[in-house]
Design a protein around this ligand. Structure first.
Ligand code: ADP
Ligand code: MG
Ligand code: MG
Length: 211
């Protein structure tokens, strides 16, 4: 079917929007502990804009849909996480190009590009208590499952579980990057908001992926 992968991307953006809307207050409260409290509203603005822009571009290639969505996400979210998510969504789209279906290798390339965009732009290291602490275990679990012959949907489910676990484990870390750093002691015992939102989004996508 024409633009099949684009259609899936638009559907996925709607899922991302829905899960963020459901958790907006929780994410804001988590960010208020040691950050500036805007992770819920920022993510909400970003995903609303991204889902709308993706839908407006529907019928085009997955790369164009995710370019429109990522640009809208960065612009409208404001904040560090919006810029990171926007660039990652664009990079995943570029990896998929104008494909209409994807192979396990395409999924591998898209996930790798998504993570690389965030580490290159944000330059956080593992243990800095950022979303990177959920992203790297996510990517590693995804690639390991695919290497073991798992289909994409199963690999994604395992990767999402790894991301949620890793996000919860950031509670033990002191933030070394981002706005939470000056209030590092307050943050101890609470997970990083960006890691938590990533885990929630990964899990939602894993429940809705067609493969
Ligand atoms: P802001 O910090 O600008 O208010 P948000 O509250 O939306 O933006 O997002 C905060 C989240 O961004 C943090 O919880 C962390 O996961 C993530 N973050 C902050 N700085 C970085 C970075 N340099 N690299 C990766 N993630 C980061
Ligand atoms: Mg914030
Ligand atoms: Mg902010």
């Amino acid at each position: 079917a024409a633009a099949e992968l684009g259609r899936q991307a638009v559907a996925m953006l709607a899922q991302v929007r829905d899960v963020v809307v459901e958790h907006e207050d929780e994410l804001g409260k988590l960010d208020a502990i040691a950050g500036d409290g805007d992770h819920g509203i920022g993510m909400r603005r970003g995903v609303d804009a991204a889902a709308a822009a993706g839908e407006a571009a529907s019928g085009s290639s997955v790369a164009r849909i995710l370019l429109a969505a990522g640009e809208a996400w960065s612009e409208r979210a404001g904040g560090t996480s919006g810029a990171l998510w926007g660039s990652a969504v664009i990079a995943a789209g570029q990896a998929l190009g104008n494909r209409e279906t994807y192979s396990a290798n395409d999924a591998r390339a898209a996930v790798s590009a998504f993570v690389l965009a965030i580490t290159e732009l944000g330059k956080a290291e593992p243990g800095d208590k950022t979303m990177v602490d959920a992203l790297l275990p996510f990517r590693d679990a995804f690639l390991t499952e695919l290497d073991g012959g798992a289909p994409v949907d199963r690999a994604l489910a395992a990767a999402a579980a790894a991301a949620e676990l890793a996000a919860a484990q950031t509670a033990e870390l002191r933030p070394l990057k981002g706005r939470a750093r000056p209030l590092a002691e307050k943050s101890l015992g609470h997970p990083d908001p960006g890691a938590v939102s990533f885990g929630l989004i990964a899990t939602r996508i894993s429940h809705h992926i067609d493969s």
